[in-house]
Ligand binder design. Structure first.
Ligand code: NDP
Length: 448
């Protein structure tokens, strides 16, 4: 008999925590998980899933418009935000149920409450109950970071954006990253007037420059406005309930909603980690080694709370690797090289591997191939929107070290192509593959 209540106590039932709980339990561990919000975490409840559904909803604006060129009589359409919002939230609730069921099926005990760490092998629930576990896994994810400025309480974050009572006529978005560009596309398609306000002069830092420029150009053509080098100064509530956003270097902007999307911080506040000796980095992230172990040997961490790569599939891999290594006798280390990523902007971006600039710095001599084209569908629709595919090749080995694309379905195409990059295939391998015609993806094997 173990002297502990559980073999594993997981704090946080998001992507990483649920995967770790389920897999550890399937390896025979007695597992409990505590979740203070909703089972499913950021991705399922207030992130990737509801966002992607809104992206689909938003895209109908263009599809309905373009349908006329394809022979369809489309009457004037009206968009009902409340209906889409409620359908999306219902789907989120359904998925939350499925995640809960998965845990139940694996006999994982779920505490729907906050848990804090009070010892290397001890946690306390919000009702004061104390439980022991041989190992504790911190999987509490991240939380939107809101810079400190007067009136910041009038802004919303990605936590609240899915619940808006009404569609704002004018939206100001702070930040130029993933969330800013994705929601700019969503609101713009729904008919809101969108302004992105960025502290620097570039959007989507980390993505290839040409691809970022293309998104900026297309977004501006679609009517999204940008303010660069414009730090947020304050948000002032007006008598009529609207907001006035004051910026450095720019005129104030009136708005009905202000969305702050200036990054996410690890969710470690008040968890009791430092008190028991767990080292955090300057951003509050749990410092872990490649086995996900913290400075306290019985305490591990996976996912956004470790601030390695803030992506759901990475958290899932880390949760799986932790459970397989510690409970399954199968030591596994996550490989962070060539992790594909996407921005679900309008149009979307997909990328894997090195950008042109990174490759030049790291490899010296490289070859770059681009295809700048108008998707067949856009041509008939009369939509003057060009896709851009870019391949970065190591001159010395002919290996494809980076693929970057913006255009319809770019994330879908990129996911498949990422297999080739991960496998270390060469430009010659791409060239040897016969094109699948007519498709957009065929551009990848026709690059000259
Ligand atoms: P990002 O890190 O993508 O972008 C943050 C933006 O805010 C940047 O433009 C940054 O500017 C700016 N910024 C940062 N700090 C401040 C500040 N103090 N004042 C003003 N501006 C600031 O963060 P998001 O919030 O968009 O998303 C959070 C994370 O969630 C992402 O990093 C990503 O990992 C994940 N995510 C992934 C998605 C996907 O995979 N499709 C979708 C949504 C989120 P600068 O460039 O100058 O630093």
């Amino acid at each position: 008999m173990s002297k502990f209540d559980y073999d594993l106590f997981v704090i946080g039932a998001g992507s990483g925590g649920v995967r770790a709980s389920r897999v550890a339990a399937s390896h025979g561990a007695r597992v409990a998980v505590a979740e203070e919000h909703r089972v499913g975490g950021t991705c399922v409840i207030r992130g990737c899933v509801p966002k992607k559904l809104l992206v689909y909803g938003a895209h109908f604006a263009e599809d309905l418009h373009d349908a006329r060129q394809f022979g369809w009589d489309v009457p004037d359409c009206r968009f009902d935000w409340a209906r889409l919002r409620d359908n999306v939230l219902a789907e989120v609730t359904r998925l939350e149920g499925l995640y809960g069921q998965t845990l139940d099926n694996h006999k994982v005990t779920v505490f729907k409450t906050r848990a804090t760490v009070i010892g290397p092998q001890k946690v306390r629930l919000a009702d004061g109950k104390e439980l022991t576990a041989e190992r504790i896994l911190i999987a509490t994810g991240g939380w939107p970071f809101v810079p400190d400025f007067p009136g910041s309480e009038h802004a919303i974050t990605s936590n609240e954006v899915f619940h808006l009572d009404a569609l704002p006529k004018r939206v100001v978005i702070a930040g130029g990253g993933y969330i800013a560009n994705e929601f700019a596309g969503i609101f713009n398609e729904f008919g809101s007037k969108v302004t992105i306000v960025n502290r620097g002069d570039a959007i989507l830092r980390g993505y290839d420059e040409q691809i970022r420029d293309r998104l900026l150009q297309i977004s501006m053509t679609k009517g999204i406005e940008f303010r660069f080098n414009a730090p947020f100064q304050s948000i002032e509530k007006q008598d009529d309930g609207s907001l006035l956003v004051h910026l450095g270097n720019c005129e104030p902007i009136p708005a009905d909603a202000v969305l702050v999307a200036t990054g996410r911080v690890p969710n470690t506040g008040g968890l009791g980690l430092e008190e028991v000796g767990v080292e955090l980095d300057a951003h509050g992230a749990v410092k872990v080694d490649e086995t996900n172990q913290s400075s306290v040997l019985s305490i591990y961490a996976v996912g956004d709370v470790t601030n390695r790569i803030q992506l759901t599939p990475v958290a899932i891999r880390e949760g799986q690797a932790f459970a397989d290594s510690v409970f399954g006798g199968k030591p596994t280390v996550v490989d962070y090289v060539n992790v594909p990523s996407a921005v679900f902007s309008h149009p979307p971006i997909g990328a894997v591997g090195m950008t042109e600039a990174e490759a030049r710095n790291k490899l010296g001599t490289i070859r770059v191939y681009t295809s700048d084209f108008r998707a067949m569908k856009n041509v008939l629709a009369g939509r003057n929107e060009r896709a851009l595919y870019k391949m970065v090749v190591n001159e010395a080995t002919d290996q494809v070290v980076g693929l970057h694309m913006i255009g319809p379905d770019a994330p879908e195409i990129l996911q498949a192509a990422a297999v080739a990059v991960k496998a270390g295939l060469t430009k010659a391998d791409f060239d040897a593959t016969v094109a699948l015609h007519p498709s957009m993806a065929e551009e990848l094997v026709l690059l000259k």
